[in-house]
Design a protein around this ligand. Sequence first.
Ligand SMILES: C[S@@+](CC[C@H](N)C(=O)[O-])C[C@H]1O[C@@H](n2cnc3c(N)ncnc32)[C@H](O)[C@@H]1O
Length: 263
Amino acid sequence: MISQLEYALKYIKYWFFAKHKKGHGIHSPFIYKLIINVLNNKSNDETLNKVFDVYNKLRKSKEVLEFDEIGAGTSYKKSEKITIGKIVKRSSINRKYGKLIYNLIKYFNPTEILELGTSVGISSAYIAQAAPRSNFKSIEGIEEKIIIAKETASGFKHHTEFIHGNFDNTVDSVLEKYDKLDLVFFDGNHKKQSTLNYFNSCLEKRHNETIFIFDDIHWSDEMEEAWAEIKNHPKVKVSVDIFRMGLIFFRKELSYQHYVIKF
Ligand SMILES: C[S@@+](CC[C@H](N)C(=O)[O-])C[C@H]1O[C@@H](n2cnc3c(N)ncnc32)[C@H](O)[C@@H]1O
């Protein structure tokens, strides 16, 4: 992981050089509509507000969880008491990006959805609420977190299938249960080779309209390198870098292009 200062400097650079916030200068109708209808969607509906309420509640939770951290991601000091509130503040997607995923799903309407990295179920709640009739599975390696994620989901109607297991030995068997993947959210184990392995495995189930979302693409040098390889993969037609996340599209009708869009 890079230092907070380095990350802040990267963000400042992004903020100065990223463009197209309002879609100006974009020639692709597909990306223009994505900016207008998804990235710039300011409205909140009742369902989204419900997820925000759950997020706000869990951020304040003082309940202590005891577990051994896995994968490259948030690390805690040995002596530190890890509360659910800390987990949410440090590693769950915040409201801005939660809303983005929610709006993205509402807009593209995927039904075959996979998440790598459930944690305590915040991003899962946005996904499940945006796609209530989807086949949505979410994998997490720490059982204590899955228990909380199930509690988080219990306040909502959608049935998310939470799967406990290390990605390294669960992803392939979980993928066998899908004929195709419409959307994958990659948000766990931010090592370069692991990220590329998960990408390559999921690639097998992609189709023309599939969307891959990668979290923390600038979080470390390894993630930067993984992102660079992924966006330049010959099967990828368009990548969209919004700093914290990267979106990948495979649509044959699009021209090869990498966008860095101010979000
Ligand atoms: C950044 S958190 C996920 C946050 C969640 N997507 C959200 O926004 O609410 C990443 C999660 O991936 C899990 N993880 C990391 N490496 C893993 C691995 N190799 N197998 C399974 N889970 C892993 C961690 O335990 C952690 O809970």
